[in-house]
Design a protein around this ligand. Structure first.
Ligand SMILES: Cc1cc2nc3c(=O)[nH]c(=O)nc-3n(C[C@H](O)[C@H](O)[C@H](O)COP(=O)(O)OP(=O)(O)OC[C@H]3O[C@@H](n4cnc5c(N)ncnc54)[C@H](O)[C@@H]3O)c2cc1C
Length: 438
């Protein structure tokens, strides 16, 4: 049974507690005309704006709500990049040359964002904790060993395979058959990272306007006339950075990226010896089972944050909290009586390739489809989208060579298939994982 500390209302992310102490950058009136309009003020949009300004463009960023209230202040803060898919799957989808190039781009992507954090002087509790991908089943460990070989051969990303004994030195549970350790992966405070990007953009004279939802646009001459709730704006170019919150009138994009919710719970403050016992390695941790559980210790070292796919659709947060709590106690039964302080959710923007995409459709540049891994890839590809829009050579990326495909399961702009997918996952895939985990 879940009991609550009463520290926060359901829906209030743990990360937003820290934002109470950090001044919000000033809201800017929307100018009538800019070279580049960025729609969406998450990591991708703000990084796009900084990159376009570096090319000499006048830039405005609009968001439908408070900048950051999308996924960028709600995520798990696990920071690292290697392609989500194995090399053979990438090669089958995009060809061997592109698969090689995608693997090779992982280390430069991470370096780009670390440099951005340093250049902008963003205090976001960055810690080089390493990340472990925990093998739920013996067969998962075999695929992990193949992935480790490809990562070593084709990228500069460091990786180590862990056997079962080494894994139990990192996390106090017998649940996992082993794992992959990415020692260079980091932990960040996601909301502080976002707030730093937002403040950096405003300090440089970039207009960032809240509550300015784009409600429509028309192509005019070589550019665009855009309607927002804060008035019209004319722009030569647009970068669309709305990911899991993309509105339906961007029909081409919502046919290719769909919102998949992810849910996180935070425990009450726990005794430090209990945290040290549960997760002696103090790593970022993700599982290989389809439920996509990911968990970590909070930056102050006092709480466990446990995220995952409690559902593939929006469900009441008390139900999501109960499901996440059950999954957390499967890993750590010791937490059965721990109270919860927070539960919240956010939309990941999934693509049917499970890979991010950057490109252009009839003059509309975009970076989206981060498929749950966006702390590095969203700022990285946001900047790439802006460089490409400005015709700057720094826009070169293998991600622009991957076709952004639709799927026959999703013929309209509303992802009705998620209802069936949720049933499928909660019955067959969960049962399969349960049996494989024995
Ligand atoms: C719960 C959760 C946990 C996650 N954990 C991790 C993790 O640990 N590690 C990791 O790498 N990634 C993680 N992710 C993914 C990561 O957070 C995202 O990939 C990343 O934040 C995407 O950034 P973005 O800028 O593309 O989109 P967002 O931050 O979602 O921003 C999109 C913005 O577009 C705005 N918008 C939408 N429509 C309009 C409109 N009409 N007009 C103007 N603005 C509009 C929205 O208001 C929103 O602010 C997680 C995501 C979630 C939800």
């Amino acid at each position: 049974m879940v009991t609550w500390t009463g520290e926060a209302e359901p829906g209030f992310p743990y990360w937003w507690e820290a934002l109470k102490e950090i001044a919000e950058p000033e809201d800017c009136p929307l100018p009538p005309r800019v070279d580049l309009l960025v729609i969406g003020a998450g990591y991708a949009g703000l990084s796009a704006a900084l990159a376009a300004q570096d090319c000499g463009a006048t830039v405005a960023v609009v968001d439908s709500v408070r900048p950051g209230d999308g996924a960028s202040t709600r995520n798990g803060g696990m920071f690292g990049a290697h392609p989500r898919l194995s090399w053979p799957r990438l090669a089958a989808q995009f060809g061997e040359e592109t698969a090689d190039a995608l693997f090779a781009e992982a280390a430069p992507a991470r370096a780009f964002v670390l440099d951005l954090i340093e250049r902008e002087g963003i205090a976001c509790d960055l810690q080089r904790t390493g990340r472990i991908q925990l093998a739920w089943a013996r067969s998962h460990l075999e695929s992990q060993k193949r992935l480790a070989r490809d990562v070593r051969d084709k990228s500069e990303v460091e990786v180590e395979t862990l056997d079962r004994a080494a894994t139990t030195r990192e996390i106090a549970t017998e649940r996992y058959f082993g794992g992959l350790l990415f020692p260079d992966h980091c932990a960040i405070h996601p909301a502080k990272f976002h707030r730093g990007l937002w403040a950096g953009a405003v300090d440089k004279g970039i207009t960032v306007t809240a509550n300015a939802a784009v409600t429509g646009y028309t192509r005019e001459g070589g550019g665009f006339s855009v309607e927002t709730l804060r008035g019209p704006v004319r722009a030569d170019k647009i970068v669309l950075a709305t990911n899991g919150y993309t509105p339906g009138f961007f029909r081409w994009h919502v046919a290719r990226v769909f919102p998949l919710p992810s849910y996180i719970i935070a425990t009450e403050e726990l005794p430090s010896n209990l945290i040290g016992h549960l997760a002696p390695g103090r790593r970022m941790m993700v599982e290989t089972r389809a439920r996509h559980s990911y968990f970590r210790i909070s930056p102050d070292g006092k709480r466990i944050l446990f995220g995952g796919r409690a559902s593939m659709r929006d469900i009441p947060l008390d139900l999501a909290a109960r499901r996440q709590h059950v999954t957390m106690c499967e890993v750590w039964p010791e937490l059965r009586d721990a109270k919860l302080s927070h539960v919240w959710s956010g939309n990941t923007g999934y693509s049917f390739t499970e890979m991010p995409h950057v490109g252009e459709d009839r003059g509309l540049h975009f970076a989206m489809g981060f498929s749950g891994s966006g702390t590095v890839m969203a700022p990285y590809l946001g900047a790439k989208a802006a460089f490409r829009a400005m015709g700057d050579a720094r826009g070169e990326t293998a991600y622009a060579r991957t076709p952004f495909r639709r799927h026959w399961l999703h013929p309209t702009t509303t992802p009705h298939f998620l209802r069936a997918a949720d049933l499928w996952y909660r019955s067959w895939v969960d049962t399969r994982d349960r049996m494989a985990g024995r």
